[in-house]
Design a binder for this molecule. Structure first.
Ligand SMILES: Nc1ncnc2c1ncn2[C@@H]1O[C@H](COP(=O)(O)OP(=O)(O)OP(=O)(O)O)[C@@H](O)[C@H]1O
Ligand SMILES: N[C@@H](CCO)C(=O)O
Length: 315
């Protein structure tokens, strides 16, 4: 068993796309995945929070990511006890898979002696997801604006908007793979030009804090129209939420969560609760905060490896 000082990796959730920033723009949010690693004579995984159905063996995404990183460096993944404490619901559009990938890469990089810098970790993470939006936001925090050509990712990270975020998180899942299968192979030139201009406007509005532009800047025709049939409430929210305090509304990632920026969070929460009640769809509606910081790794002193990683002391 390879000895190492216990450590913890804390990764923020994320919301991808923000409408027309499809596969490019991601926003870090204050729900977290926390991974605690302790030396152990065999691989042992325990999960608290979202993810009861996650594999607790080498099939777990975090372990697969770590093993590939070790393989790429010609080394064998050590055994350890992994305590997963997860506030990010799975397959809801809040970047749970991206957080797992970023957490696995940062943990592996730490155990390997940090051969990768942050940009190299972003490259590795983007290869796993095939788009940098969620992984970039979880890695860097704030707003990730990235461009991936299948080989290289170029990006800018900007500070998050000082706005409240209201999310409506349906109980039902929608896996990204399914939500990407409904997308068209081709777009009409006029539609592509219009959505591209909306994405440009969105970036500019975020950089200049022109919040009044968000409503138009977040209009999308790349993916949202094709996903509306899979997402309860999306059509109506896109049409009417702006009359109830939303500055801009979008499908969060591949859904089914709906996200809106606001300066009137209580009013908007009431709107979404009423909408989902009328649709008879069970959903959690809550206010989240944007976060400026991404993943953190902290060395810890752990007293013992009990139910959930023992009592973690110190930082
Ligand atoms: N903490 C975790 N540990 C291990 N695997 C995870 C974890 N979180 C998510 N996953 C894996 O990611 C899958 C969900 O990924 P998916 O891309 O469908 O949804 P999402 O990432 O939550 O949403 P979106 O990508 O739209 O933001 C889960 O089924 C599981 O396989
Ligand atoms: N940009 C991705 C985010 C989900 O992983 C999509 O919308 O499919």
């Amino acid at each position: 068993m390879k000895e190492f000082q216990p450590f913890r990796v804390v990764i923020p959730a994320s919301s991808a796309n923000l409408g027309p920033g499809f596969d490019s723009i991601g926003l870090a949010l204050n729900r977290y995945l926390q991974l605690t690693f302790l030396p152990h004579e065999q691989l042992k995984i325990q999960v608290k929070g979202f993810g009861e159905t996650l594999p607790i063996d080498e099939n777990n995404l975090i372990i697969r990511v770590m093993k590939k990183a070790f393989d790429e460096h010609g080394q064998s993944l050590p055994t350890f006890h992994l305590s997963i404490e997860n506030e990010i619901p799975l397959a809801r559009g809040l970047g749970s898979s991206a957080a797992a990938i970023v957490g696995g890469l940062v943990a592996a990089n730490h155990l390997l002696g940090n051969p990768w810098n942050q940009e190299q970790i972003l490259h590795q993470a983007t290869k796993w997801e095939d788009h940098p939006d969620n992984v970039g936001a979880s890695l860097y925090g704030g707003v990730m604006i990235g461009s991936w050509d299948g080989h290289h990712v170029k990006f800018v990270q900007i500070e998050p908007p000082e706005l409240d975020v209201v999310v409506a998180i349906p109980d039902a899942t929608l896996f990204t793979k399914q939500a990407r299968q409904v997308l068209p192979e081709f777009y009409r030139r006029n539609d592509a030009v219009l959505v591209s201009s909306r994405a440009n406007l969105l970036t500019a509005a975020l950089l200049t804090k022109r919040w009044e532009l968000l409503s138009v800047a977040m209009e999308d025709y790349f993916h949202q129209p094709y996903r509306e049939s899979l997402v309860p409430g999306l059509s109506e929210a896109l049409m009417t939420a702006s009359q109830e305090g939303a500055l801009g509304v979008a499908l969060s990632g591949a859904g089914p969560t709906i996200l809106a920026f606001t300066q009137e969070k209580e009013r908007l929460i009431a709107y979404f609760e009423s909408l989902f009640s009328r649709l008879e769809v069970s959903a959690v509606v809550e206010s989240l905060q944007t976060v400026a910081e991404g993943v953190k790794l902290q060395l810890t002193e752990v007293e013992e490896c009990s139910t959930f990683g023992g009592k973690v002391l110190g930082v």
